[in-house]
Design a protein around this ligand. Structure first.
Ligand code: GLN
Length: 469
């Protein structure tokens, strides 16, 4: 399977062209159409780019990613191509510019093969909220591929690209990576420019990667990361070099005691994650349980703050500026109302209303201000743990992938999917899901490793160590 850059480079070394590699993926996509991972395949532009990269290779001046074929989540702008964020409200809308992250990959000769299905505006944990249908998990087609980057995880797991991009606001890269057996990396908030990423909750959103190995995640991140004048929230310090060296010293690893004792955790997920901790201990690393008193309030805090930000970010979709417009509305206000009522799906409307409510005059302090304060407490406590420890380990998800419909009836049960992943977004830390375990039916689940803020490099180094041993 051509599911790593190393395997692509091997094929190139054996005489295959970049166009051959692309055709291989186009065929695989066609064969796996029923997964519904791709919303659109950019056949024409991808073929033209592959030809150009082949010419550059012949001339000896191809970029670092020549041969890499990448699918992007349908919430990233790519000039001249459609983007909809999985929503009907953006049906037919075409990007006017290219997201910085995507452009940097193109500048190194990566080929963008298409846009991948996702939950509408990245809101969800199962991809069941997409206006364009569900995505099947290639490991078991009765189950969800996770969300919101479900198309990205499924395409990677099925070998339809060399790597895919996703976005992670509360777990949308790491949870689907866990469900599909892929490596899902969310860098530190502010590591990769959000310019051209369709916003959900701007103080949480971060672009990241789905790959089959840590080396590819490291390479792609090092290329996408760094200063960009279009995103003022980017980390202003120069990056350290990205290394994927195995850690040389004894590491100090923390696990949050309550995570492993939390209700609803699958006993196999608990046992196998604990076994990894035991192994690390046996190898001479220090492994210790720590208290973190905010586990139960992290998900509520996340949902107050992200819905507030979403209600503001999504106000731009009014039926006038972009995409879908209701046909039979008369006057400006009815056009706004009808276009939004018809264009947004149920979950997005629920969150816009919730966000508008928590920001409303009478409730602002009780909900929004309070949640901001709790976010600060979570950030402080997380920082405190990282004063004493190098990494925090937990399972990525309490369970393996669930069946379609299993969590749809009650939004709260769906929201609890995010219990282990939201801390990294609330605090801004880098975190990764590594496919290190399976349940008794062979369904994968991830180990979640969080690193200290801005210490993406060591997190990746340790991850490579965990994957390769
Ligand atoms: N599942 C979470 C939510 O529904 C996370 C989404 C995300 O990270 N974009 O909000």
């Amino acid at each position: 399977m051509l599911n790593s850059f190393a395997s692509v480079q091997e094929a190139l070394d054996s005489g295959k062209s970049v166009s051959d590699i692309l055709e291989h993926y186009l065929l695989e996509i066609e064969k796996n159409k029923h997964l519904n991972a791709f919303l659109e395949v950019f056949e024409e532009s991808a073929r033209a780019s592959a030809k150009e990269v082949d010419e550059k290779r012949a001339a000896g001046n191809a970029g670092k990613l020549a041969g890499m074929v990448i699918g992007i989540k349908d919430n990233m702008a790519y000039k001249g191509h459609k983007v909809s964020s999985g929503s009907k409200i953006l049906e037919g809308f075409e990007s006017l510019y290219t997201a910085t992250a995507v452009q940097r990959l193109i500048d190194e000769d990566a080929i963008i093969i298409g846009r991948l299905n996702c939950d509408e505006f990245a809101m969800g944990s199962s991809n069941e909220n997409s206006a364009y249908g569900k995505v099947l998990n290639p490991n078991n087609e009765k189950t969800v591929p996770g969300g919101s980057s479900g198309g990205s995880s499924a395409a990677m797991a099925a070998g339809l690209c060399t790597a895919t991009l996703g976005s992670d606001t509360g777990g949308s890269i790491r949870q689907p990576a866990s469900f599909t057996g892929t490596v899902g990396f969310k860098p530190t908030y502010g590591r990769i420019s959000r310019f051209g990423l369709l916003a959900y909750a701007s103080s949480f959103d971060q672009i990241g990667t789905f790959t089959s190995n840590v080396e590819d995640a490291t390479l792609l991140t090092s290329i996408m990361a760094g200063m960009d004048e279009y995103d003022s929230t980017l980390i202003q310090e120069p990056q350290k070099a990205y290394s994927i060296e195995a850690p040389k010293e004894k590491l100090k690893i923390a696990y949050i005691k309550d995570c492993f004792n939390s209700e609803g955790i699958n006993p196999i997920v608990k046992a196998k994650s604990e076994a990894i901790l035991e192994k690390l201990k046996a190898e001479g690393h220090e492994v210790a349980g720590v208290d973190f008193p905010y586990l139960d309030i992290m998900v509520p805090t996340y949902y107050v703050l992200t819905t507030a930000e979403a209600s503001s970010n999504l106000s731009r979709y009014d039926g006038v500026h972009y995409g879908y417009r209701a046909q039979d509305a008369e006057g400006v206000e009815p056009t706004y109302k009808k276009s939004r009522a018809e264009g947004f799906g149920e979950e997005v409307k629920r969150r816009i209303m919730l966000g508008t409510f928590v920001l409303s005059q009478g409730y602002y302090d009780a909900y929004y201000t309070k949640a901001q304060k709790v976010r600060r407490l979570i950030q402080d406590k997380t920082k405190e743990i990282f004063k004493d420890y190098d990494f925090i380990i937990s399972p990525t998800t309490p369970d393996v992938a669930f069946e379609f419909g299993a969590n749809s009836a009650d939004p709260i049960t769906m929201y609890l999917q995010d219990i282990f992943t939201v801390q990294a977004n609330l605090a801004g830390n880098p975190a990764i899901s590594l496919p290190l375990s399976e349940d008794e039916n062979g369904m994968p689940f991830g180990l979640h490793v969080m690193g200290a803020s801005k210490d993406d490099e060591n997190l990746l180094g340790f991850s490579a160590y965990l994957m390769n041993k």
